[in-house]
Design a protein around this ligand. Structure first.
Ligand code: COA
Length: 300
């Protein structure tokens, strides 16, 4: 019997969820569960689902797809991000993963998605299924030389009220020409490998001028976004660096924040080469995906 693919909202069925946690979290020395870290991938509404490949009732492969809205100055697009692509070890290398990805693209096209995006370092696998690499991300690293460390600044993001999160989301949207419309529950994401996500804010909670959103993993601070007038970086950056062993920065190449940090902070920058895109309709075939940047916090 051949493998059959079906969509499951809210969960990877059976033992798959535990296998995914082993593959992507505990097996890589990380803590927590995918469900607690990426709540949007496990929501019970229609915005996300797992595609599962089964033979004779045995689940052999799965991936997660999360639909999202992407606003450009011209119009709103509907995209789908794909993640947690997984084949059980015994079934690997038989073409199952590639078939699942092709099935996913057909399924999401039928559901009205206009493009798909994912992030991976694996070479060739996704390209063979119709994705192409284009990434305007840049990755910065600053390392402390004197060894002194201390507690991270700001407050845990989970302590921030929903109205205050909405104010941050409003500021975020107002600062970008192209932006992913992040639902408020998207602010609950805790990307691997962070143990917690913290917020460092400038200005009143209900009308912030600027903020930094960053994950903490031991002495490392991983900046997911630094939003506001670039000049506010002069306040945010020293606070982020104080007491850190290292600060990693995810930014769009040439963004105001990137330009400010490149000019004013001793951060070493490297291009990112992680994003892979697949156009799913005729209009998306004309998009320059190399100009679109999806924030780290929103990725699956
Ligand atoms: C990646 C994965 C889903 C591929 O599934 P699969 O069912 O083996 O896929 P296929 O049989 O269609 O193999 C496709 C090709 O990708 C290659 N490939 C798979 N994993 C690879 C890796 N980590 N690095 C480089 N190439 C890889 C395979 O060798 C194969 O190449 P070939 O066609 O030239 O022989 C599977 O290996 C897996 O579950 N890995 C662990 C989880 C993971 O890393 N997921 C991807 C996260 S981005």
């Amino acid at each position: 019997m051949d493998v059959e693919f079906t969509l499951h909202p809210a969960a990877a069925p059976g033992t798959l969820e535990a296998e995914l946690d082993r593959e992507f979290v505990s097996g890589r020395g990380r803590t927590g569960t995918l469900r607690s870290r990426y709540p949007l991938a496990f929501t019970s509404d229609e915005s996300s689902a797992f595609l599962v490949g089964r033979r004779d009732d045995e689940a052999l492969a799965c991936l997660a797809g999360r639909h999202f809205d992407w606003q450009t100055p011209e119009r709103r697009w509907r995209g789908v991000m794909i993640g947690l692509v997984y084949t059980t070890p015994a079934a690997r290398g038989t073409g199952l993963g590639s078939r699942m990805l092709r099935t996913a693209l057909e399924t999401f096209t039928r559901q009205g998605d206009e493009f798909a995006v994912l992030w991976s370092r694996i070479e060739g696998f996704y390209e063979a299924c119709g994705f192409r690499r284009a990434d305007c991300g840049t990755f910065g690293r600053w390392t402390r030389e004197d060894g002194a460390t201390g507690a991270p600044p700001g407050e845990p993001l989970q302590d921030v009220s929903r109205p205050a999160l909405q104010a941050l989301e409003d500021l975020r949207r107002s600062q970008s020409r192209c932006t992913l419309l992040r639902p408020l529950s998207g602010w609950e994401t805790c990307p691997i490998p962070a143990d917690e996500v913290r917020l460092l804010r400038v200005g009143p909670a209900m009308s912030p001028h600027a903020y930094a959103l960053f994950g903490v993993a031991a002495g490392t601070r991983i900046v997911y976004e630094l939003i506001g007038e670039a000049a506010q970086c002069a306040t945010l950056w020293p606070a982020l660096a104080e007491g850190a062993q290292e600060v990693l920065v995810n930014e769009r190449l040439g963004s105001p924040t990137h330009r400010w940090l490149a000019a004013n902070a001793p951060v070493a920058w490297h291009p990112q080469d992680l994003a892979l895109w697949a156009p799913l309709n005729a209009q998306a075939c004309n998009v320059d995906f190399g100009a679109w940047y999806l924030p780290w916090l929103d990725r699956l």
